[in-house]
Write a protein that binds this ligand. Structure first.
Ligand code: R7I
Ligand code: MG
Ligand code: MG
Length: 334
């Protein structure tokens, strides 16, 4: 099945903007218990009701989007995944005031101090981080290699390895990148092909840590029985934590369950509580890659931060990433 250039370009925008939306709308709930989230969730559409809305911008982004944009810029500059260049880009543009976790802050500071990119990932956690930081930023890789799943796996791990060398951290990035890549290949107006997604993920994840296979078995059971879990159940079966294996499978399950309804998917992600910006950001990237920018809620996009590296910058970057994809995949222009 081949999609037109116009649809694909729209999907690139959808994934980047969808991730941005999930992050910006989810960040005000980060760390909350699901019960408390339920109490506040009705205010999601009215920015003035939120304590986290800044005076200048309605919805600001956090480290999730900051790193996604940096990774996309590096890919646009080099036309590939070059960890040394990505590390330079992190060092140059990461804004460490945007809610970064301690491990990644130390890694970026070490890069700025001149440490080699392949040395920083073990400076905080001896065995490498199993946080979801490599997964939360990986959508540009899923977009760039959606046509080549072998290359996609390798690229997801390469970009992770700058900050995350623990297999759980790395394979979280693989699962999220694949989810985005597989969403790109689905027709935007058709329901998400959940069974195909599960089968494809199974083929890929068998090579990774057992935690992801266990999570996938749970997802498959729910998909097979067409079961929509409530927030409390998703948290207890799949998790809502900052650890990659307790957040990436949850994001994947929610995305395939709720897509193509973007707002419902983001609400479901936020309702889990815990790492809401990251889970909603990952859900937003997957659903956005399925439905494209045209399927995203305009009234939400209008609320996004639009400073020097804000919403307009992200849209332009998504377009340049699409042009990069056209170059590495020349048959696409036929
Ligand atoms: O993975 P990382 O960039 O964090 C991303 C999260 C997202 O929720 C963002 O929105 C932002 O809030 O941060 O940063 P790391 O510091 O590498 O990992 C995140 C957390 O995972 C750490 O602060 C630890 O709590 C935990 N963690 C570990 N704990 C013990 N041992 C990760 N690896 C380990 C470990 O090896
Ligand atoms: Mg964040
Ligand atoms: Mg987070």
């Amino acid at each position: 099945m081949s999609l037109s250039q116009e649809i694909l370009k729209d999907k690139f925008r959808g994934a980047i903007l969808g991730g941005f939306l999930g992050d910006a709308f989810g960040s005000g709930f980060e760390g909350m218990h699901p019960d408390r989230v339920m109490f506040h969730l009705s205010n999601l559409d009215s920015p003035s009701a939120h304590h986290f809305v800044s005076k200048k911008y309605h919805r600001t982004y956090t480290d999730d989007t900051d790193m996604t944009l940096a990774l996309a810029e590096s890919i646009v500059q080099t036309g590939r995944i070059d960890p040394e260049q990505i590390a330079k880009q992190f060092s140059l543009t990461c804004d460490l005031t945007r809610g970064y976790a301690s491990g990644t802050i130390k890694a970026v500071l070490a890069l700025r101090a001149g440490m080699k990119w392949y040395e920083v990932a073990r400076i905080v956690f001896e065995n490498g981080s199993f946080g979801n930081g490599a997964a939360m930023r990986v959508s540009p890789v899923g977009l760039l290699y959606h046509h080549d799943l072998n290359r996609l796996q390798e690229a997801a791990i390469q970009q992770a390895s700058i900050t995350h060398v623990h297999p759980i951290g790395q394979w979280g990035a693989v699962m999220q990148a694949f989810s985005v890549g597989l969403a790109v290949t689905q027709r935007p107006k058709e329901p998400f092909k959940k069974e195909t997604m599960v089968t494809n993920l199974r083929e890929i994840l068998w090579g990774g840590p057992i935690e992801y296979m266990k999570a996938l078995n749970r997802i498959e059971e729910m998909v097979t029985h067409d079961k929509k879990l409530v927030a409390r159940e998703v948290v207890s079966f799949l998790g809502n934590g900052v650890e990659a294996h307790f957040s990436v499978p949850s994001a994947c399950y929610i995305a395939i369950t709720y897509s193509p309804d973007f707002c419902d998917a983001i609400r479901a992600a936020i309702s889990l509580g815990g790492d809401t910006d990251t889970i909603a950001g990952m859900v937003g990237a997957i659903v956005g890659a399925h439905i494209g920018e045209k399927g995203l809620p305009m009234e939400w996009i209008e609320q996004l931060e639009d400073g020097p590296r804000g919403c307009s910058f992200a849209i332009n970057l998504a377009d340049r990433l699409f042009e990069t994809w056209c170059k590495i995949h020349p048959s696409s222009t036929g």
